[in-house]
Design a protein around this ligand. Sequence first.
Ligand code: KG4
Ligand code: ZN
Length: 333
Amino acid sequence: MKILGIESTCDETGAAVVENGTKVLANSLATSALEHARFGGVVPEVAAREQVKVLVPTLASAVKDVNFDSIDAIAVSYGPGLIGSLLVGVESAKALALAWEKPLIPVNHLVGHIYSNWLEAKRLPQFPLIGLVVSGGHTDLVYMRNSRDFNLIGSTLDDAAGEAFDKVARYLGLPYPGGPQIEKAAIGFCGVAGKNPFPVSMAGKDNSDFSFSGIKTAVVRYVEKNHLKLTNNYISMVAFYFENAVVDSIASRVKKSATSYKVRSLVIGGGVAANKRLRRALLRVASETKTEVYFPKIGFSVDNGAMIAAAAFFAGKPVDPLTIQADSGLHFD
Ligand code: KG4
Ligand code: ZN
């Protein structure tokens, strides 16, 4: 079964054709990240206008080498996300489905991130599993008993992990998106690692929620209190401890959930899943909890259309196109 997946929840525009939820036949992606760089974060109005500009060319490029008749269904990410961006993808998908007379499958964006791990995978994750979506907009933990059953068991109470990376990077004078910049700066830290001056958020508390704004505030206080001049050495040191605090906080939450839900797999998705320190920490968690950890293949951790097509294949069902509404909120119904 071939599904055309469409993604437009934030600043990425994706269209892809995926066969049987795993084999990527075509994948086209555009991003307006550079447009947002000078603001230090995504500007919703700018993102929506860019979606309008690039969605049709992105779609055209994804389907150019695919026989139109061979596409069995269209899938679209209906939310959560920025409402202006979402409307562009959702309304286009509805129009296409009606004009082409193809079934239309609405997909939750977070479910898409989880199923990004099925794309081009040699081994498929086994259920039950814990899904972790860590991106600029989300830090969410999901328990899945089977391929269609989603239970949100934890979420960030304030900033998303990627958002904290972006804000701290901006404070340190590093460009947007800040995650890869912080990671690069942290590698440059050549001191002897001592006690982390930044708090590992929510550690020890008896729930699966996250909080990152305290770490971000602690960074600012630490720099101000110690009158640090933000030279490369100090930027590297702050980046190192900040990255450690975020990674430790995520890893401890994942470990706790994996143990209490007795799962077989840990499935990670979202832009922050590219972070190598996070990957190492989660590999350790997997070995401690006797689970297997899965990360998306390169290129599929950021928002993309292929993950939406994969989620539609494994967990979606077609609905009347006229009933689909873009929905910015976070829920799984
Ligand atoms: O999933 P994504 O492409 O877009 C959404 O937010 O939905 O994630 C982008 C986020 C940004 O906040 C970016 O700074 C972060 O992922 N990110 C990283 C890394 N690469 C991207 N954070 C930490 N380490 C990285 N290597
Ligand atoms: Zn995303």
